[in-house]
Design a binder for this molecule. Structure first.
Ligand code: F6R
Length: 234
């Protein structure tokens, strides 16, 4: 696990988008693992801009998203909607090549990823409690795609996207930690002071109390932090 500290999220987005685009240039049918949330938005913006400028095609790229809400009444709050509006609608991605965890038959998602050849590059954010995907503290390190109940802190954090906290779905289907660990390369991005504790724990003792700490056992993981997120690391 390699730590890379940059001044701000703009610098991180610039570098991570370059890494994604160079993979797409090298392997036009590569498989991307994608995250939602605030953290990857600057990176997605840079991917869109540079793909246009450099005429890089995503038409054969395949993607598997980390998670999707369950029992969500409002499509505009779904992670499918988020990905369409923040990335897929702005590049020539074929929506048939974009995948989200299913509402049932969850383990099938792991099979699908494996059949496609495995995730070449997985982008991750991190929750304040150290979650990756929706793998909250306590999740087994070898877990596959499963239903996860969201912890109170996560529901509170996610409520900023909803009119009312009561509308935030309380469960989601998420790739498991075992699923994520099978990715060939992982880039976790953490920005802002409220991620500093989680990043400190990520580099601490490997423990189910901080799900992201399992990434220490992954052979090719980059942790991109801005100065605030890295502020509690020695
Ligand atoms: C989203 C996801 C979550 C987020 C995390 C951080 O697909 O899997 O683990 O990455 O909750 O969210 P933000 O980036 O909004 O702080």
């Amino acid at each position: 696990m390699k730590l890379i500290v940059r001044k701000n999220d703009e610098q991180i987005a610039d570098e991570v988008s370059d890494l994604v685009l160079s993979l797409v240039k090298k392997n036009p049918s590569c498989i991307l693992g994608l995250a939602t949330g605030s953290t990857p938005i600057p990176t997605y913006k840079d991917i869109i801009r540079k793909a246009k400028e450099e005429k890089i095609s995503f038409k054969d790229v395949r993607s598997f998203n980390l998670d999707e809400y369950l029992n969500n009444k409002d499509f505009t709050q779904s992670y499918r909607y988020f990905m369409n509006s923040n990335l897929f609608d702005h590049i020539d991605m074929d929506k048939d090549n974009t995948h989200f965890p299913p509402e049932s038959d969850f383990a099938h998602y792991d099979d699908e990823i494996e059949k496609a050849g495995g995730v070449d590059l997985q982008i991750l954010g991190i929750g304040r409690d150290g979650h990756i995907g929706f793998n909250e503290p306590g999740t087994a390190f070898d877990s596959k795609t499963h239903v996860a109940a969201l912890k109170e802190t996560t529901i509170k954090d996610n409520s900023r996207f909803f009119k009312d906290i009561s509308l935030v779905p309380t469960s989601a289907v998420t790739m498991g930690l075992g699923t994520i660990m099978k990715s060939k390369k992982i880039i976790l991005i953490a920005t802002g002071k409220n991620k500093a504790e989680a990043i400190k724990a990520t580099f601490g003792k490997i423990s189910i109390d901080c799900p992201a700490s399992i990434l220490q056992n992954h052979p090719d993981t980059l942790i991109y932090c801005d100065e605030e997120a890295a502020s509690l690391l020695k």
